[in-house]
Design a protein around this ligand. Sequence first.
Ligand code: PEP
Ligand code: MG
Length: 311
Amino acid sequence: AERALVAAWAGPGATADGVPVKLLANVADGESAGKAAGEPVEGVGLFRTELCFLSRADEPSAAEQADIYAEVLTSFAGRYVVVRTLDAGSDKPVAFATHEGEENPALGVRGLRLSFDNPGLLGRQLDGIAEAARRVGTETWVMAPMVATVAEAADFAAQVRERGLKAGVMVEVPSAALLAHRMLEVVDFLSLGTNDLTQYTMAADRMATDLAHLTDPWQPAVLQLIAITAHAGRAAAKPVGVCGEAAADPLLACALVGMGVSSLSMAAAAVRPVGARLAQVTMAQCEEAAEAALAAADPAAARDAVRAIVG
Ligand code: PEP
Ligand code: MG
């Protein structure tokens, strides 16, 4: 029965009672964007630009970057694309950007932090993104990874807006979630990266398979931080999305929507199962699921409680 519902669902994302939920795709390059564009999504919620450069020894020029970004924007003409600036470092080494020999790369100079001692790297990437946006015309939003302070968000947003684009930051460090309301005073949108938010909240390496019980976005502490961020978005009337793996879990997706998240971005293959599940439940059920998840003592209890309401 579930399979028939998934096959019959054709978008756009909405609850059974018609509350719209933007469903978006996570993409890595022009090729994956071309495939994702065939799914019933309203755009790209996470373009991981660092994945374009994993095999590059030298930094591509702004012009060369513009050509690469333009491929993704072209696939999504008439929709919108959230481009994430380089998230090099830790689990994604990029030869021309990553700092070598760090004791603890996950807590080191990664993501936006690379621009602290190398502002030109970010400037050239923003030039490339702006040039691609101008050339193709697809609505383009830009966000930074690994933002920990409001000052970082404000500085990044100024550089993005200077180039005429919408600016946001990822919420994947607990400090950013706790200060979401202040972040929203300086940016246009937030995007929860639940993979890293879980890693940093639980102090458990996302790659460590023996810690999988801790690196679980259903952990109550992670759900609390997501709820804080989503509430701040509602209060500020600005978009707060989820682009981590949590968005691809149909049950958790319902609870996230109930918390107030306005978009869900996921691997293209997850879009239909998530869309079909959301179409079966009302916003009131999503809100009930969110409350039940937040009240649960542990991940298993949270899953069971949500499944009982929206499963
Ligand atoms: C995340 O951390 O949840 C995220 C979406 O970014 P990445 O998986 O690329 O670190
Ligand atoms: Mg991340």
